[in-house]
Write a new protein. Structure first.
Length: 357
């Protein structure tokens, strides 16, 4: 099985990718709207086909990426029927299975944080994805969205901690950088529901928390009740249109050499290699501007703000670093030449030696 744990740092949300190594069929658990580009890039680079997105519940702290990924990749949206969201393709009841390749996930109804929470358990019971029901050394709140401390206590005890003691547990969030736990650990060490704590102990503790409502509540809930389809408060992400760009899992936009050969007059080509390297045998693309990698953001201020920038080096590594710097600095229309000057030459592009100016 292919497994990846991904993080949205703004909301501290974990997204989980699981895929069958043979068939390349995949599922994503708790995708985040703003991370759809990242998730699509990872799926493409690993050669995976996304069959389903699974949300553990109707989130209040971020907007799900389920709808957007369905629009981009044709995947199906799945969540618990009790979640009450509109637009899902699959609505689970307790005990339902969803298959991808030779693997399967069981949906367990675990209400308490909300009335429609689910925990997803790999069919061999080696892993479970607990959403906001059971967290690492904690649990989700129970004071809104039809939450219930009594229900959560029994969801945790009967549906999650009843799994094998070695079962790895993966929550939807962690605010301290912890990534996973096990049934044995939480049974022993969870300060809210572990040890000998009774239902009344748990209910009393939860009712005394007094937590503020999530900051994204007014945006997230309306969108998530329709599986992440944007509302007026949640605009669609803007995709660049100046070239057929590919977004990489490394987090940068890339453009192909063949397209660049046909559109060199429409862009500004920036080479970030040292001048002595460009003056050597390989050379650079004719008309390229030489900018130092270490100072590329400062030196790029002199370029035409109305024309896109394509960054190049020998093989695409240093130019990828420069592209990332420019993107972080706010340059809107910038991309890395995938494969660099070597790829440009391989598809028939001409390279010239260029002395330092």
């Amino acid at each position: 099985m292919i497994f990846r744990q991904l993080l949205d740092a703004r909301s501290w949300t974990y997204t989980y990718l699981l895929a069958d190594e043979e068939t390349k069929e995949a599922v994503l658990i708790d995708p985040v709207f703003e991370q759809a580009r990242r998730d699509c890039a990872l799926l493409e680079e690993l050669g995976l086909k996304l069959l389903y997105t699974l949300d553990t519940h109707v989130h209040a702290d971020h907007v799900t990426g389920a709808w957007l990924l369905r629009e981009k990749l044709g995947s199906k949206i799945a969540l618990m029927h009790s979640a009450g969201a509109k637009g899902a393709d699959v609505e689970f009841s307790d005990g339902d299975l969803i298959k991808f390749g030779s693997l399967a996930i069981e949906a367990r109804s675990t209400p308490g944080h909300t009335s429609g929470c689910g925990t997803y358990v790999l069919s061999d019971k080696s892993m479970a994805f607990t959403g906001d029901c059971l967290l690492i050394r904690g649990c989700g709140r129970t004071d809104f969205q039809q939450g219930s401390s009594k229900q959560m206590y029994h969801s945790i005890k009967d549906k999650i901690l009843s799994l094998p003691s070695s079962c790895a547990l993966y929550p939807a969030h962690d605010y301290s950088g912890r990534m996973m736990t096990t049934v044995a650990e939480e049974t022993e060490h969870n300060p809210r529901c572990g040890g000998e704590r009774s239902e009344s102990d748990f209910v009393g503790l939860m009712e005394a928390l007094g937590l503020p409502h999530p900051a994204q509540l007014d945006v997230a809930l309306p969108a998530n009740l329709q599986c992440g389809e944007p509302t007026d408060k949640k605009p669609m992400p803007v995709e660049p249109t100046w070239a057929p760009l590919r977004y990489s899992y490394a987090g940068i936009w890339q453009v192909g050499a063949q397209w660049l050969m046909e559109h060199t007059s429409e862009v500004q080509i920036v080479d970030v290699r040292p001048a002595d390297e460009i003056a050597g045998a390989l050379g650079t693309i004719e008309g390229a501007t030489l900018l130092a990698l270490d100072n590329v953001v400062e030196e790029a201020q002199s370029l035409d703000a109305n024309r896109p920038i394509v960054v190049v080096c020998r093989s695409g590594g240093r130019s990828a670093q420069a592209t990332a710097k420019l993107m972080k600095a706010g340059f809107q229309s910038v991309a890395n030449l995938q494969g660099g000057a070597l790829r440009w030459s391989a598809v028939g592009g001409n390279l010239v030696s260029q002395a330092a100016s």
